[in-house]
Design a protein around this ligand. Structure first.
Ligand code: AGP
Length: 618
């Protein structure tokens, strides 16, 4: 949530900052701002709305200077407004700060600062940071060692509770950006023309592929010719060697490359994601996930699995539960992280906790990981972001190989998660001796084939668009399915509501007659996941019950299903696969369906209202 950029070097800072902000806009987009230093003075420009609005203002007034910081906001404290937009400045306007995270003790700090005569002009938690640095700076400058801003920032951090990624500039140290982080990501990239700071590598990729991912507690001092890092050790600062990570993503990840929106581009990347996620996993006749860092014996001892996640990642977990219990015969519970962290789940040293998170930053999932580790569980992460907090804090990690996902609605990373969890289920079944090696090879081959089947779905979307047109003006929709189909229904409903704002609910189809069927009247859209499965007949009975009450049925059914047309108003056909892999092929048309409905309703499919890509607050 919220995107931070910074630049100091030989280029025009405002150009770099605006380009970086537009790449980070997926993290928050209710307001944006920059602060640029020029001739010993700070110029701050903030606007509500998108980065494009900020760009127009900057172009109108001009913002010369070669060092600056910028921010795109997802409001937590205080509504979207120019006063609440970052950067925030000190009373004298000589210090500017951008912040991502939550300062939990801001209210008491604010009160103290106000008593001391500070003029706090916003409703945000972040603004106190600028004023605390203003307090600390004269003391730090007295040491006269050239590191006053670093010292003032480090003193300030000692007063903060909560999470933060910060970038700070000060007119007394032109050309210097000081950054710090705790529980919120921040990277620094060093290029020939200067130093770049960002919440996410996508904002620096066109300048450099070699980045330093700051660790929790690290402070970085960025100057045009290099960066120096240090850590707090008691009251002292100890220098640490910056560790560089090479990012080999193509810059295309941050561009639409000819697609009208990122969502469609990312939906079309899914066959590649499946192939990349599976690459190298089958060795001989067995599946290898070396990143698990568990021996075959340790895997065999696992007697309970918890999958913890939020949103779409949680739905990937629901799919995996069926596979882990069905194949490995290990009890598996799937729980939303925000519930798990406040319960007292039964965890023993033989419990495996699997944390699934595209961003690797989700606050609830991270808290649940920490809690599970304290309770003695082995924690395994499945994430899409290299070096993310989930990757760092788990005992082992699988990367989903989706590459950067920009659209707020998760599509390709969902499929990457489902494929990764399927591999995990196979590894557990293998370790428990529940499958022959021939069976494992057969399943792996079929799983790999789904990449081609997804390509087939993407090649002909006419039926999907037609069904979407029929639902565009509905006030509400129901998604139903059973078994694997129920998990797919949950994800289909989430996708539709988050990007089209059409109210959608999902139910295990057998639950319909226990309440939801009362909603159905003439023309009410019911999207039924009626793929080939052991419960196919039951799903058909449920959709007939809905149709008998006037529902308009959209059925997701397999290509060879000759009977389904008699029971549905619209049929979206997908290739036939075994039930275990049906979510992979059934989810894709639902992603396209949601997008079509959203576009027809005039919605921005990449940046839906009220949402942000990384949910770093509780
Ligand atoms: C997905 O379309 C959603 N935007 C959202 O539910 C998301 O899956 C959820 O916030 C979890 O995010 P994570 O995978 O990054 O942890």
């Amino acid at each position: 949530m919220c995107g931070i950029v910074g630049y100091t070097g030989t280029r025009q800072a405002s150009d770099v900052l605006l380009t970086g902000l537009s790449r980070l806009e997926y993290r928050g987009y209710d307001s944006a701002g920059i602060a640029v230093q020029h001739d010993g003075a700070m110029q701050v420009i903030c606007r509500t709305g998108r980065v494009a609005e900020l760009r127009s203002s900057v172009e109108a007034v001009g913002a010369p200077g070669r060092c600056g910081i910028g921010h795109t906001r997802w409001a937590t404290h205080g509504r979207p407004s120019e006063a609440n937009a970052h950067p925030h400045t000190s009373c004298d306007g000589r210090i500017a700060v951008v912040h991502n995270g939550i300062i939990e003790n801001f209210a008491e700090i604010r009160e103290r600062l106000a008593d001391q005569g500070h003029d706090l002009r916003s409703q945000t938690d972040s603004e106190v940071v600028a004023h605390l640095i203003e307090e600390a700076y004269p003391r730090a400058a007295a040491a006269d060692d050239g590191d006053a801003l670093v010292r003032a920032v480090s003193e300030t951090l000692g007063h903060l509770a909560g999470s933060y990624a910060l970038a700070v500039i000060c007119d007394d140290e032109p050309g210097t950006i000081v950054c710090a982080r705790k529980d919120s990501p921040l990277v620094v990239g060093l290029a020939k023309d200067g130093a770049y700071v960002a919440s996410d590598v996508v904002a620096v990729l066109d300048a450099t592929r070699d980045v330093v991912m700051l660790a929790d507690g690290q402070i970085a001092c960025c100057r045009p010719d290099g960066i120096a890092c240090c850590m707090m050790q008691g009251d002292a600062l100890a220098a640490v060697e910056p560790r560089t990570t090479h990012i080999d993503w193509d810059l295309d990840v941050a561009e639409k490359t000819g697609y009208p929106d990122f969502m469609l581009k990312e939906i079309h990347e899914q066959p590649r994601v499946i192939r990349d996620t599976l690459a190298g996993r089958l060795v001989g006749n067995s599946i290898h996930i070396d990143e698990l860092e568990l021996t075959a014996e340790e895997l065999n001892l696992i007697d309970r699995v918890y999958i913890i996640a939020c949103g779409t990642s949680y739905h990937a977990g629901l799919i995996a539960k069926n596979l882990i219990e069905g194949w490995a015969r290990i009890p598996c519970e799937v729980e939303v992280a925000s519930e798990f962290r406040y319960r007292d789940p039964i965890i023993t040293p033989t419990t495996l906790v699997v944390a699934v998170s595209q961003s690797g930053e989700t606050a609830d999932t991270l808290a649940a990981i920490r809690d599970a580790r304290v309770k003695g569980a082995r924690v395994f992460g499945i994430t899409n972001v290299i070096g993310s907090p989930v990757a760092r804090e788990a005992d082992g990690v699988i990367y989903t190989k989706a590459n950067k996902e920009i659209a707020v609605a998760s599509t390709k990373s969902f499929l990457g998660q489902v494929v990764s969890l399927t591999l995990l289920a196979l590894v557990l079944a293998q370790a428990k001796g529940k499958m022959t090696s021939g069976h494992i090879r057969q399943l792996y081959t079929e799983l790999a084939n789904t990449a081609e089947l997804v390509e087939q779905i993407l090649a002909d979307t006419e039926a999907i668009d037609e069904a979407a047109r029929a639902c565009t003006d509905a006030a509400s929709a129901l998604f139903i399915g059973r078994g694997m189909g129920a998990a797919v229904a949950h994800e289909g409903a989430l996708k539709l509501k988050e990007i089209s704002y059409l109210h959608a609910e999902s139910y295990a189809a057998g639950e319909m007659k226990h309440g939801p069927i009362a909603l159905i009247d003439e023309g009410f859209p019911v999207i039924a996941i009626a793929t080939h499965s052991p419960v196919y007949d039951k799903v058909v009975s449920n959709l007939q019950e809905a149709r008998a009450r006037g529902a308009m049925i959209v059925a997701i059914a397999t290509q060879d299903d000759e009977d389904i047309s008699a029971h549905a108003d619209h049929v979206i056909r997908i290739p036939k696969v075994r039930d275990a892999f049906s979510p992979i092929v059934a989810s894709v048309p639902l992603q396209l369906f949601a997008r079509s409905v959203a576009l027809a309703r005039g919605c921005d499919v990449d940046q839906p209202r009220n949402l942000a890509k990384s949910v770093t607050v509780e």
